[in-house]
Design a protein around this ligand. Structure first.
Ligand SMILES: Cc1cc2nc3c(=O)[nH]c(=O)nc-3n(C[C@H](O)[C@H](O)[C@H](O)COP(=O)(O)OP(=O)(O)OC[C@H]3O[C@@H](n4cnc5c(N)ncnc54)[C@H](O)[C@@H]3O)c2cc1C
Ligand code: SF4
Length: 458
């Protein structure tokens, strides 16, 4: 930003694309003190801050930015912590450009304040100086079980532990964190940051039990009788496939599997005992954040990585910044293309994809552009790996055997966060379908407050 141009934001420095496309280190490097101050000084401290209306958890944005201006970073952190328990995570992965930043008045004439980058700056400073907020009430003798350790479960656990509840989080995987741990790659969200958030909960007294599949090892009804209340937030981790011929070939994976193996089992490291098969050329099918994460991971493994999406660039649902980063790293975008069939050899190994071109129509009443196939455009592309990133739906393991009410899409039905079962609450992706970290956190916070209200009356 030019010193005199207050309409331009201070861009965060990033790792050189030529280097970062070969490693898993974080892409964005964070603000220096000077950069953060310069950006904070652009904030107009609006009396009616529009930015806050765009924040699902209503962070006091101008207040924390003022604390940065005043060089009181501890206060800035405390202000954020009043509304969000995962600031270092949200500062990195929240789609701020569609939330708080999209509402910022600075954006009317120039670039919005980089609220997310400032949040990250404050949170990282707190980590560096080990600021932890461990304020909590006396134990109240009541217990709550939480099923799933993603952002929704972690948020609910933190809120309830602070209110004096005995909280136990059950997680089927061997590490806590949900998608933050197994889905979002290290180069966007370093795992040490997630671990710190989990460690802070343990310091607050939360018990975290990993490797426990609720539904199988312990039925939900057993949890209901052992604990005063249960919060089900088991996410939406079941991948969708296209149902096209050849999808059962050896080298067709879901993005979830690829990302889990890379993030949770470090299969990109040479010493890994569960290495990912090194393909030469891979196609990731889809256009959302998950597709972008998967294709960027494959690029880092030295694979010629393509992203195939049936609409155009404007319609890509992924964050714009992720698209830009992927392009800079050398990901090849095959837009307006749709797979019709996976081609295989006699060993059922992938040798290519039969693809059709798509044509975008005008914008419809719903504001979206639909696509139709160009029937005469069928062609083949070579590849030896295909990764499906077409969205996910809830996995019902956790609620197996219970008669909890589900809607026609298989999502848990709630009134607020209360389910159809006595003393059972639910939220996050298991209720909304695949959404965002901050919305899952918002549900966790709401569930904590509703559980507290219910148990306080008992
Ligand atoms: C690859 C990827 C990238 C994403 N990128 C972004 C992003 O940049 N920004 C953003 O805002 N959102 C992003 N999202 C979406 C976001 O991560 C999710 O909306 C959010 O994590 C949902 O939180 P949750 O707590 O509801 O569920 P999850 O994070 O899915 O956590 C659920 C947990 O429950 C556990 N579980 C499931 N069944 C059981 C059982 N039977 N017993 C015990 N435990 C169980 C799971 O193992 C998991 O750990 C991304 C998602 C993915 C997959
Ligand atoms: S709307 Fe923008 S300029 Fe106004 S207080 Fe919020 S961040 Fe600052």
């Amino acid at each position: 930003m030019g010193v005199n141009n207050m309409n331009e934001k201070v861009h965060m420095k990033v790792q050189d694309p030529k280097e970062r496309c070969k490693n898993f280190n974080e892409v964005e490097l964070g603000y220096t003190d000077e950069e953060a101050l310069q950006e904070a000084n652009r904030c107009l401290q609006c009396p009616n801050p529009r930015c806050m209306t765009g924040c699902p958890v209503s962070i006091q944005i101008p207040k924390f930015i003022k604390a940065i201006k005043d060089n009181d970073l501890k206060l800035a952190y405390e202000i954020i912590c009043e509304s969000s328990s995962l600031s270092a995570v949200c500062g990195r992965v929240c789609p701020q450009e569609r939330q708080c930043e999209s509402m910022c008045v600075r954006g009317l004439k120039g670039e919005a304040i980089s609220i997310g980058s400032l949040e990250r700056y404050v949170a990282d400073n707190a980590i560096k100086n080990d600021y932890v907020s461990l304020n909590k009430k006396e134990k109240n003798g009541k217990s709550v079980a939480i099923v799933g350790s993603g952002p929704s479960g972690l948020t609910c656990a933190g809120e309830l532990a602070r209110l004096g509840y005995e909280v136990t989080v059950f997680e089927v995987l061997h590490k806590a964190g949900g998608v933050l741990t197994y889905g979002i790659p290290e180069f966007r969200l370093p795992k040490k940051i997630v671990k710190r958030e989990v460690d802070n909960l343990v310091k607050l007294g939360v018990i975290i039990k990993t490797d426990v599949p609720i539904g199988n090892a312990i039925p939900l009804d057993e949890l209901r009788s052992e604990y005063d209340a249960v919060y089900v937030c088991s996410g939406a981790g079941l991948p969708k496939f296209m149902g096209i011929p050849g999808e059962d070939a050896n080298e067709v994976f879901s993005a979830n599997e690829i990302l889990t193996r890379i993030n949770l089992m470090s299969s990109y490291k040479d010493e890994s005992t569960t290495p990912i098969k090194k393909a030469k050329k891979a196609y990731v099918i889809g256009g959302g954040n998950v597709a972008m994460d998967a294709v960027r991971c494959l690029k880092r493994l030295g694979i010629e990585a393509h992203l195939m999406y049936r609409r155009g660039e404007e319609e890509l649902p992924a964050r714009k910044m992720e698209v830009t980063h992927a392009k800079e790293e050398g990901v090849i975008f095959d837009l307006l293309q749709n797979p019709k069939k996976i081609l295989t050899d006699e060993n059922n190994s992938v040798i290519g994809i039969e693809v059709v071109n798509m044509i975008l129509s005008d914008v419809g009443d719903d504001g979206r552009r639909s696509v139709v196939e160009d029937e005469n455009s069928l062609h083949k592309v070579d590849c030896d790996m295909v990764v499906m990133a077409l969205g996910t739906s809830p996995n019902h393991e956790a609620i197996k055997g219970s008669n909890i009410e589900l809607d026609e899409k298989g999502l848990i039905v709630t009134n607020g966060t209360k389910t159809s079962l006595d003393n059972v609450y639910a939220g996050g992706d298991a209720v909304s379908g695949a959404a965002t970290v901050i919305l899952a956190m918002e549900a966790g916070k709401k569930a904590a407050s509703e559980i507290d209200e219910y148990l306080s009356k008992k």
